[in-house]
Design a protein around this ligand. Structure first.
Ligand SMILES: Cc1cc2nc3c(=O)[nH]c(=O)nc-3n(C[C@H](O)[C@H](O)[C@H](O)COP(=O)(O)OP(=O)(O)OC[C@H]3O[C@@H](n4cnc5c(N)ncnc54)[C@H](O)[C@@H]3O)c2cc1C
Length: 558
């Protein structure tokens, strides 16, 4: 059987793909067609699904449109393409990567969006293997050394609960509360004995949840800087259920978060048993990382794997129209987009597809027109998402200008510390983490300003922000004089806020998917804000497309 034919019907059976997706033979099959393993795989798949082979092998390759070239869209496109589908990825900008963007100038390398990621999710590790990016992975030096500003000074965050109890980071009262939490929140397993456990309908805030368990000081000096550093949000505006669903579940299951965390870690370990490869375990435990050249190395590699023929840059999707096609899924979706390249200024073009994965932010989706069977499909049920603005100030100083340099990841600033003149969210010690990001005689820093605590400041002028950042650097690191390099990057919609009414957003996305056959939504508006979660979301949408095409091929559209 030819490779083309094999790929053509691979899409119909996503479940066959699962054991093969990783590092593995399947990947080398796609990229190295001469591999002898491919013959074995062909035989294996043929033996498993002979009826599907005969029903679909004559049909043309399935065509899927992916809207948005951020990491979620690229991940979805990569997965679909590796299953033999024909993918077209539309991106408004002249580049892919979305909120992942690396830059270089004067011997400095910095990130203007995500700075690091983790591979907590197994799919992320497999993707890195698949893309051959292991050699380019960069782990920060002293990544466990992270600081929080307290009384105007950076203090090392204790790296585990025992170190926290031994340190002076919290007051004796707060430490006592942490020690007592497992007893105060003990869950007997009987439903009516859980009156202290938050009710699902209460839409509790992150701050309220952690204050119940650990008290106010923990919220002010650990939770607040953590949530603003990872989502630009604040503990009061963020919904616990949406921002930390795993912890929300721990409370519901165990009562105590500490007990729940310990028990689920043990059960996770025993479930994995001896099957986990020691190397894989080590990789996942190494925490945050980036890549040589910055985070964009990941999205550039995904983009290269996709190939330029499948990529429509400078192509803003304007409208999407769904029409049944005699019960078949073929070409049911018509996508109109404005091509804005140098050769085709503003021209409108249409293309048809069997399914669509949308990864553009909801605010962009709301600008698009949808038609269903030639009638407008109005998105008035889609609520307005709140977005948090953020400015990044990238600075470098000569080493001798920094009187108290700190090794480690960076320093986070709790909101409370604004009273001590610290107005930033935090600063990453970019060249301490990755020494190749700055010339030998300089230190490179990335400082974040704005978020929900300081929305107006996020949009301030470069001069105003420079003053704030330099003053913070003076207080926290003993910086003297002015930076030798400064770059200002502004994101008006850096993060969607997973607020108390975020349920409405998620339900509306589900409603779109339910009412528009072959339409799936992925990206950081669903399931988590991190790069890893966005990748997983893209993969999930790709799986749903595969199942949709499979089921509709057998049953027609309902
Ligand atoms: C400043 C900052 C720092 C961050 N730091 C971290 C970090 O350290 N670690 C971490 O894990 N995460 C971090 N994140 C979060 C993470 O980067 C994002 O959540 C993730 O990259 C989002 O990917 P996405 O594909 O869902 O969306 P996006 O990256 O937003 O991609 C969506 C794409 O859709 C395109 N688009 C929109 N409308 C249309 C249209 N009509 N037609 C075609 N294309 C369209 C956009 O141009 C964009 O490229 C950070 C985010 C920001 C902003």
């Amino acid at each position: 059987m030819s490779v083309q034919k094999f790929q053509r019907w691979r899409w119909i059976r996503p479940e066959i793909e699962r054991p093969q997706i990783s590092s593995s033979p399947f990947h080398s099959y796609i990229y190295n067609q001469s591999s002898s393993m491919s013959v074995l795989l062909n035989l294996q798949v043929e033996a498993l699904a002979p009826s599907m082979a005969s029903s679909s092998k004559e049909g043309p390759a399935r065509r899927v449109a992916v809207v948005g070239g951020g990491v979620s869209g690229l991940a979805a496109a990569h997965k679909l393409e590796s299953q033999g589908l024909k993918v077209t990825l539309f991106e408004t900008e002249g580049r892919t990567g979305g909120k992942i963007r690396s830059a270089t100038e004067d011997g400095l390398i910095w990130d203007e969006g995500a700075n690091t990621m983790t591979e907590t999710e197994a799919e992320v590790g497999r993707l890195i293997d698949d893309l051959g990016l292991r050699e380019k992975q960069q782990f920060p030096i002293s990544q466990n050394k992270r600081y929080i500003a307290k009384n105007g000074r950076p203090e090392l965050i204790p790296s585990n609960p025992i170190a926290l109890i031994k340190s002076n980071f919290l007051s004796p009262q707060s430490k006592f509360r942490v020690i007592l939490e497992p007893f105060l929140w003990r869950h007997s397993g009987m439903k009516n004995n859980t009156s202290k456990v938050s009710d699902e309908s209460s839409h509790e805030s992150v701050g309220g949840f952690f204050e119940r368990h650990f008290g106010k000081e923990v919220v002010d000096y650990l939770i607040d800087p953590f949530v603003s550093g990872t989502s630009a949000g604040d503990p009061d505006s963020l919904s616990m259920r949406h921002a930390f669903p795993e912890m929300w579940d721990l409370e519901n299951k165990f009562g105590s978060i500490i007990v729940g965390a310990i028990r689920s870690r043990f059960s996770h370990k025993s479930k994995k048993g001896g099957n986990e490869k020691p190397l894989e375990k080590k990789k996942n435990q190494r925490g945050s990382f980036s890549f040589q050249g910055g985070m964009q190395t990941l999205t550039d590699t995904l983009c290269m794997a996709l190939g330029k023929d499948n990529l429509k840059l400078n192509s803003k999707v304007l409208s999407l129209s769904f029409n049944d096609n005699g019960g078949s899924v073929s070409n049911n979706w018509l996508i109109s987009y404005a091509a804005q390249g140098p050769t085709c200024k503003g021209s409108l073009q249409d293309q048809s597809y069997d399914a669509v994965i949308m990864t553009a932010p909801i605010s962009n989706v709301q600008e698009m027109k949808f038609l269903k069977r030639r009638k407008p499909f109005v998105l008035d049920f889609l609520p307005k998402v709140t977005y948090l603005p953020l400015s990044l100030i990238i600075t470098s100083f000569k080493k001798e200008q920094i009187k108290r340099p700190l090794q480690g990841f960076g320093v986070l600033v709790p909101s409370k510390e604004q009273a001590n003149g610290l107005k930033t969210i935090g600063t990453l010690f970019s060249s301490m983490m990755f020494p190749d990001r700055a010339p030998n005689d300089q230190y490179l820093y990335t400082t974040f300003v704005g978020g929900s605590r300081n929305r107006d400041l996020a949009g301030a002028s470069t001069d105003e922000l420079k003053e704030i950042v330099v003053s913070n650097m003076r207080k926290l690191l003993g910086a003297e004089g002015q930076p030798v390099f400064l770059k200002h990057v502004y994101w008006s919609k850096a993060f969607p806020l997973y607020g108390h009414d975020y349920d409405l957003v998620l339900k509306s996305i589900e409603k779109m998917e339910k009412n528009l056959p072959g339409f799936f939504y992925a990206g950081n508006h669903r399931g988590g804000l991190s790069v890893g979660k966005a990748i997983v979301s893209g993969f999930k949408a790709a799986d749903l497309v595969l199942s949709y095409l499979n089921s509709t091929d057998e049953e027609g559209i309902k």
